[in-house]
Design a protein around this ligand. Sequence first.
Ligand SMILES: C[S@@+](CC[C@H](N)C(=O)[O-])C[C@H]1O[C@@H](n2cnc3c(N)ncnc32)[C@H](O)[C@@H]1O
Length: 238
Amino acid sequence: MRALSRIAKPDTLAGRALYRILRWLHPGINEQHRLSRLAGRAGYWADMQVYVFGFLTRMGLRPWHTLLDIGCGPLSGGLPLIRYLEPGRYVGVDLLEDTVAEARRQIAKHGLENRRPEVHVSRTFGRDELDGRVFDFIWASQVMYHLVPDDLRALLAQVAARLAPGGRFYGDILDQSVSTAGRYWRGFAFHVHDPEAIAAAAAGLGLAMRRLGRVEEFGFPLPGRLRLSSMLELCRDA
Ligand SMILES: C[S@@+](CC[C@H](N)C(=O)[O-])C[C@H]1O[C@@H](n2cnc3c(N)ncnc32)[C@H](O)[C@@H]1O
């Protein structure tokens, strides 16, 4: 199925036709279609899993680390991470109740309860749900560009409060050239944030920021201008 889902992408006229036929023929592809629409773009469920797992392990994520996945979606990247991490080390938060309900269904469907993952509905990036817990890695994929500036500041404050010593945050922001007017995804608008403003806000919270490059350099699979997004790293200022 992985090979089929790699070739069938609904991005061209011919691709859309093939994609529809495969969805009709293959219940697994139809299910991935449903899930990928909850996570972002249809047709990229398996590819996102490969990208997220590859990126975080390349950044040094190991089974004994703890991970907070902000805007975890229906566990697009979360499923392989839950399998990889030792029990009790994965926590996801998301704003949407139906998405978190789907994440919980995925955990049960894949028999991952014994890995003791947690997923929470949160309007505060975990502030109200996670007490004083800290994490070695905090990850926010395709989330920061859906946040208005006040929410982005609240996210940064949570990152500052929740990074364990030596911990790191990774998240992507849209390229400055992207036009966001009239663009929405599931009711979320898109926002272009100034990386220098983020660096200044982060510095005020005791965090240092680095731009690692475009997400396409790390294997981000979606087509279009999201590939140009910058991956940011935040860690405590030494
Ligand atoms: C495009 S999806 C990305 C899902 C997943 N991180 C991925 O990369 O596949 C954006 C996710 O962020 C969530 N989200 C948006 N605003 C949020 C907020 N303020 N707090 C938590 N999650 C939020 C959405 O509900 C959605 O699940």
